[in-house]
Design a protein around this ligand. Structure first.
Ligand SMILES: C[S@@+](CC[C@H](N)C(=O)[O-])C[C@H]1O[C@@H](n2cnc3c(N)ncnc32)[C@H](O)[C@@H]1O
Length: 259
């Protein structure tokens, strides 16, 4: 089920775009972002750190020989995109981008090159086995679930969704995942999730223990599930940025290999 383009209510992709300094957002999105910032003045830090983690994770996967990526919950384009980062390491790398927000589709043009595809789909319903025309499902794939599963409530059984997505991929594939947590500032994140809830949008932060379960049955690569800046900082862009505190970041990330 894809989403309607309700510009009168905040939408996660557009609020995230606003927090990253993008321009694809509406007054309702900016208002929600500002309400969130009143409860958590560091609201711009998680999106920024999340993008940096995404880049490091893709560099890691490309370095392991992964040359095809399935990026689900792509978001409004924010350069560098996954294909830019992967193709710096392997110019032949291919990416399939997936999102269920029509506004992402409307802005997908920068994501489309000869080696990339965009598919509008909901990860709760996506059948990866139908992607065999755009991905070679006999060879390892890098599955990216970056800052998307906290928009899937428990009633939709996100762990079962991850298991189902991975089941269609061969052994040697990888999962890279990041997810918001309330472990450090539970009240601030309750405030943010309440803003979304009032607008009918599901957002659910989860504990380290709960997020670890998404990696069940996989081999977690070092250093495991960590607060984002602690995950392989050596793979980051040169020059770097000041490293925020764990509480300011409040997003865990990790990468695991399918055995
Ligand atoms: C916070 S953005 C993350 C964007 C990007 N992955 C990143 O890390 O920069 C979350 C994205 O997930 C998408 N999303 C949320 N629920 C989804 C679902 N059920 N199926 C597909 N995409 C979804 C939203 O539309 C939004 O674009």
């Amino acid at each position: 089920m894809t989403e309607e383009l309700h510009t009168d209510r905040p939408h996660p992709a557009r609020v995230y775009d606003y927090l990253l300094g993008g321009e694809v957002n509406f007054p309702a999105d900016r208002e929600a972002a500002h309400q969130g910032m009143r409860g958590n003045p560091d609201s711009r830090i998680p999106p920024r750190q999340n993008r940096l983690f995404l880049h490091r994770a893709v560099r890691f996967l490309a370095g392991q020989g992964i040359d095809q990526f399935l990026d689900i919950g792509t978001g409004i384009p924010s350069a560098p995109h996954v294909h830019h980062v992967a193709q710096e390491i392997n110019p032949a790398a291919r990416v399939v981008y997936v999102d269920n927000d029509p506004i992402v589709l409307a802005h997908a043009r920068p994501l489309l090159t000869g080696q990339t595809q965009y598919i509008e789909a909901d990860l709760r319903e996506l059948d990866v086995s139908t992607l065999s025309d755009v991905l070679d499902l006999n060879r390892p794939v890098g599955l990216l679930l970056i800052a998307v599963l906290h928009f899937v409530g428990d009633k939709d059984e996100p762990a079962a969704i991850v298991e189902r997505l991975l089941a269609a991929l061969p052994s040697g594939s990888y999962l890279a995942l990041s997810h918001l947590t309330g472990d450090y500032r539970p009240e601030a994140w309750e405030h943010v999730t309440e803003i979304y809830r009032r607008q009918g949008v599901t957002m659910q932060v989860r504990s380290h223990e709960r997020i670890s379960r998404f990696f069940s049955g996989l081999s977690l690569v070092e250093p495991g599930l960590r607060i984002l800046p602690d995950w392989r900082p050596e793979l980051g862009e040169p020059g770097g940025e000041p490293v925020p505190s764990e509480a300011q970041v409040s997003v865990y990330g990790g990468v695991a290999r399918k055995l």
